[in-house]
Design a binder for this molecule. Structure first.
Ligand SMILES: [Zn+2]
Length: 432
């Protein structure tokens, strides 16, 4: 297969935010991932971009104005003035207010949005944004460490040029925010593999959740028990993906690669190896369908960085050594200093082949209701959300900062944005 054109988005500031010392979400994992990617030389195989920063206007493509306005205003210093809104928007413990919160959202969302624009314009075959994939955020509220749902916003952009978008989620948690947004439409199929049961967060994602109205059968859920290993995961991932591809025939795929499905994750309880997780990415990449690859959960920081670096090598089809190159975070990788250490746990695998086969069968039967092409004729294509002309400058050195041209970009973005075409409903479901 001819080598792919890959766009890689990284903002050198994105790893400098802190949710708080005891909070399991560590944005620093993004700096460490990038350091591995860079020191393995993988950046030479991709176009590296310093991403666009999403405006409040961009975020309101999905979220309510009141919620985004609140995110823009609230700071650790003025938080006591917002007690009512904090509980209204579910901001507090899991989703704390921290310094630079809005800038953080703006960075990871801008990178996903620009990825979508690049794919729409056929400027790449694969776009990678490890800082994105915050799949729990809802239209009116934060949830599960997620504030702005960059995935929904990127998919809305992709829908301008792609009639059928497939969303695939291999984070250990259910991709509830994305599923909810597109629950009523056949323009997006959401497929989530996740731990389900015993009140595991967020509590949704039973296989009987399958979409409604025009979206009936276009939400697909694979509820798994704890302890699943590589072999069993592939035993369900491949055939379910194959059924989805056969019946839905997507012309674009968004893959959320949450790394909390790895063994030894601080919050997760699956038992995947980095190679096993990466095999899912390889399977999707080898389909040759335009692909947006995103991060997501992942709370054992050293393994998140290993996993997403390894997956960058899979996407660029570069073999890389198991011995980690010298990098400023090397101490994190003691004692083995390797890319693919043994991370399986002694945890019992509560999934059985029989259980997985019954899920596969159920999903296959449901998918038979899915027409090959949804009843959508592509209308006149609306203008791009952001103007590619102003942002199409790959960084030659990924560590060199841009010098304040974000404001200029943002102005252009607003100029070309047509807010009047928004058709989102009040209930959080999108009408696309
Ligand atoms: Zn997760």
């Amino acid at each position: 297969m001819a080598s792919k054109r890959i766009a890689y988005f990284y903002d050198p500031d994105v790893g400098n935010f802190h949710y708080g010392p005891l909070h399991p979400m560590k944005p620093q994992r993004l700096s460490i991932t990038h350091s591995l990617v860079f020191h393995y030389g993988l950046h030479k195989k991709m176009q590296v971009y310093h991403p666009y920063r999403a405006s409040a206007h961009d975020m309101c493509r999905f979220h309510s104005d009141e919620y985004i306005d609140f995110l823009q205003r609230v700071t650790p210093q003025n938080i006591q003035n917002y007690t009512k809104l904090l509980s209204l928007f579910n901001v507090g413990d899991d989703c704390p207010v921290f310094d630079g919160l809005f800038d953080f959202c703006s960075m990871y969302t801008g990178a996903s949005l620009e990825s979508a624009v690049k794919l729409n314009n056929d400027h790449c075959d694969i776009a990678i944004n490890w800082s994105g994939g915050l799949h729990h955020a809802k239209k009116f509220e934060a949830s599960g460490f997620c504030y702005v749902n960059d995935i929904v916003i990127a998919i809305l952009e992709l829908l301008k040029y792609h009639s059928r978008v497939l969303y695939v989620d291999i984070d250990i948690h259910h991709g509830d925010g994305v599923q909810e947004a597109f629950y009523l439409t056949d323009r997006v199929m959401t497929l989530s593999f996740h731990k389900y049961g015993n009140y595991f967060f967020p509590g949704t994602g039973d296989m009987y959740e399958m979409g409604a109205e025009s979206g009936k059968y276009y939400s697909v859920n694979v509820p798994l028990r704890e302890g699943i290993d590589d072999e069993m995961y592939m035993h369900v991932f491949k055939p379910v993906m194959q059924s989805v591809l056969d019946f839905y025939r997507p012309n674009c795929i968004v893959l959320q690669c949450g790394a909390d499905s790895l063994g030894c994750d601080r919050l997760g309880c699956f038992n995947l190896s980095i190679k096993g997780h990466g095999d899912c990415v390889k399977f999707v990449k080898d389909l040759g369908i335009p692909l947006l690859v995103l991060g997501g959960g992942g709370y054992t920081v050293r393994n998140v960085a290993r996993c997403w670096c390894y997956e960058t090598s899979v996407l660029t089809a570069e073999e890389i050594s198991n011995e980690l190159p010298y990098n400023e975070y090397l101490a994190y990788f003691a004692p083995d200093f390797s890319l693919n250490p043994e991370i399986s746990t002694k945890q019992e695998n509560l999934n059985t082949k029989q259980y997985l086969d019954s899920i596969k069968q159920f999903i296959h039967e449901n998918l038979r209701h899915v027409a090959h092409a949804p009843s959508v004729e592509m209308q006149d294509i609306p203008p791009d959300l952001i103007n590619l002309e102003t942002i199409d400058h790959p960084e030659t050195d990924p560590d060199v900062r841009n010098n304040g041209d974000e404001e200029r970009r943002a102005e252009h973005a607003n100029e070309y944005y047509d807010g009047e075409t928004d058709q989102d409903k009040e209930d959080g479901f999108l009408d696309v």
